[in-house]
Design a protein around this ligand. Structure first.
Ligand SMILES: [Fe+2]
Length: 234
């Protein structure tokens, strides 16, 4: 039987891929997901790259030239060096805080509020400033109406965590009935005014779907879901 495809079509010009589980602080296990977006100008953007496999590499080869590697916050950078080695011509733009953390990575620019010309037709972004844990760059892919959150919105299936970690995850709102902003992130928003400004931008996007690095996608009710998920911030 042939191996299952590494890339799964998610919408027009956007694919997702599941990566292996990674171990975070206090040995919490996280499933990982990345997204691949094909630009109108040609070439593809890799959002939140997971471990690079031969299968992934082969399937990406059929989609187009890998032009950008996007670590969307200062926490999702673990696999960046292997991707940069495999795709040395791909540009890497740094999210806030990552340059200091990864001196070994060659950054070609920064992810800031000015749109990258190559993306302008396809992607919008909003930077959720004001958080002590990480400042996340949230993306909107126009063709599929998809908002991409990394760690700001999460959901783990019941039973994913065991023992004391299950208790901590529940208290942190990581295992609720729908994806949510974990409590630790809510508490870490020390500048809520800055965060609200980004949220206004995000809520203005005609969002149908929401992708996240840790959790199943929300389909069809994107904007209403985002409004609910961030009600505590209003
Ligand atoms: Fe994460």
């Amino acid at each position: 039987m042939p191996n299952a495809a590494a890339l799964k079509l998610f919408g027009p010009e956007i694919w997702i891929a599941q990566g292996p589980t990674v171990t975070a602080a206090a040995s919490f296990q996280y499933p990982t997901r990345m997204a691949v977006i094909r630009l109108s100008s040609g070439g593809v953007v890799i959002w939140s790259p997971v471990a690079l496999s031969d299968a992934l590499r082969a399937e990406l080869g059929a989609l187009g030239e890998v032009r950008y590697l996007v670590p969307p916050n200062s926490l999702h950078h673990v696999f960046l060096s292997e991707w940069q080695k495999a795709y040395p011509d791909a540009k890497v733009h740094a999210p806030p805080g990552l340059r200091d953390k990864r001196k070994d990575i060659r950054f070609d620019g920064d992810l800031d509020d000015t749109s990258i010309a190559d993306w302008a037709e396809d992607l919008d972004l909003a930077i959720m400033h004001g958080n002590r844990i990480t400042i996340e760059v949230v993306f909107f892919h126009r063709k599929s109406g998809t908002v991409l959150f990394t760690d700001l919105v999460q959901q783990f299936r019941p039973g994913w965590f065991k023992g004391w970690r299950a208790v901590v995850a529940r208290l942190d709102l990581m295992t609720g009935t729908e994806p949510a902003v974990p409590r630790k992130f809510r508490l870490a928003f020390t500048d809520r005014r800055a965060a609200r400004a980004a949220l206004q931008t995000i809520l203005a996007w005609p969002a149908e779907n929401v992708l996240m690095a840790h959790g199943e996608p929300v389909l069809g009710t994107g904007r209403e879901f985002i409004r609910r998920a961030f009600r505590w911030l209003e």
